[in-house]
Design a protein. Structure first.
Length: 343
């Protein structure tokens, strides 16, 4: 007689709804998806979801709730499930996308996505999700708010430039734009001051940030952003996983002699990490050190500067991971000799 080895609920999350698929792994190693439904993405929908799952699963066996890391929309459900002592796994979207391509599914929609997530959870051994460190969570909110303010400043500056270039600029429009710029500059300074003060008052976070700042090109904002977006590298097991999480992993499509696309980064990971590392990588390249050595070697090899900059971003992020995990400062002599040996 068949018995159930594992129970998984795959959840496709969007802003308003949760589309779910309930699956089980049988003793014959057959993965079955046997129930699907949809609930509101809110407290009432969460409680209805739990009642629905309890009515269709074995109460003596744990149900693993698996969902994609879709911006911030999955967080309320993850917190709710954790609060009610349920097992949760949050998976990077690129892993689900890669797995989806292996399935015989012709349509891509919320229903098929939740089914793919359920099957992925049944077939793989997944890490359990943990609540983010409260300190890193607050820093992540502040860093993202600062990033949004800077983006708004850039937009207003471009609009101001375009208005000034008009044959007959509107004085009232120019005045309002200038006032918005003053407000945004003030808010940026307030957020930066709050970030700095928060880091100083937490000795543990302060020590980790200061270690990362010993790397050429890495300042306070970069160090804080990387730690905040990775929750202090909590669930990062190795450098390859970190590269994938940031979307800096290289994708290449090649088949025979007729299909050969240029390798490019996936950009399926955390865009805040990629953005935070871009300007520091350019600064590091201009300094004497390992990054300048690696950049020169890569440019001399293929002649594409932008490709070399991406490689520096990846190397910088990996180095931050190693330094944080080892608890040591950056050692310039060791890094340069290591890079020259590799060349």
């Amino acid at each position: 007689m068949k018995s159930v080895l594992k129970q998984v609920l795959g959840v496709d999350v969007d802003q308003k709804y949760l589309v779910v698929s309930l699956g089980r792994l049988m003793s014959t190693l057959e993965a079955q998806v046997y129930a699907q439904s949809r609930f509101n993405n809110g407290p009432k929908g969460f409680s209805e979801l739990l009642r629905w799952v309890q009515s269709l699963t074995d109460p003596d066996m744990e149900v693993l709730y698996v969902m994609e890391a879709t911006g911030v929309y999955h967080e309320k459900l993850a917190y709710y499930l954790d609060q009610h002592c349920h097992a949760v796994s949050v998976v990077l979207p690129n892993k689900i996308s890669n797995y989806f391509r292996t399935l015989d599914m012709k349509s891509i929609n919320d229903k098929s996505s939740s089914e793919a997530i359920a099957l992925f959870g049944l077939e793989r051994k997944l890490d359990r999700w943990k609540r983010p460190n409260p300190g890193f969570k607050k820093l992540r909110q502040l860093c993202r708010e600062r990033d949004q303010v800077i983006s708004e400043k850039t937009l207003i500056k471009n609009q101001l430039h375009a208005e000034r270039a008009e044959a007959e600029p509107n004085p009232s429009s120019l005045s309002r734009m200038k006032k918005r710029l003053v407000l945004l500059n003030k808010q940026e300074k307030e957020i930066q001051a709050e970030i700095t003060a928060f880091v100083k008052q937490d000795a543990s976070i302060s020590d980790r940030v200061n270690r990362l700042r010993t790397i050429p090109g890495v300042g306070l904002t970069t160090a804080v952003t990387v730690l905040a977006e990775t929750n202090g590298f909590e669930l990062i097991r190795n450098k390859r996983q970190l590269t994938s999480y940031a979307g800096l992993d290289v994708r290449e499509k090649q088949s025979g002699t007729s299909v050969r696309s240029k390798p490019k980064i996936s950009k399926r990971g955390n865009r805040y990490l990629r953005k935070a590392l871009y300007m520091p990588s350019l600064s590091a390249i201009r300094m004497e050190g390992v990054f300048k050595v690696v950049f020169s070697r890569l440019v001399s090899r293929h002649g594409i500067k932008m490709k070399a900059v991406v490689a520096i971003q990846r190397k910088m992020m990996e180095l931050m991971y190693v330094i944080d995990k080892s608890g040591t400062n950056y050692q310039i002599d060791y890094q340069i000799s290591h890079a020259q040996t590799a060349a």
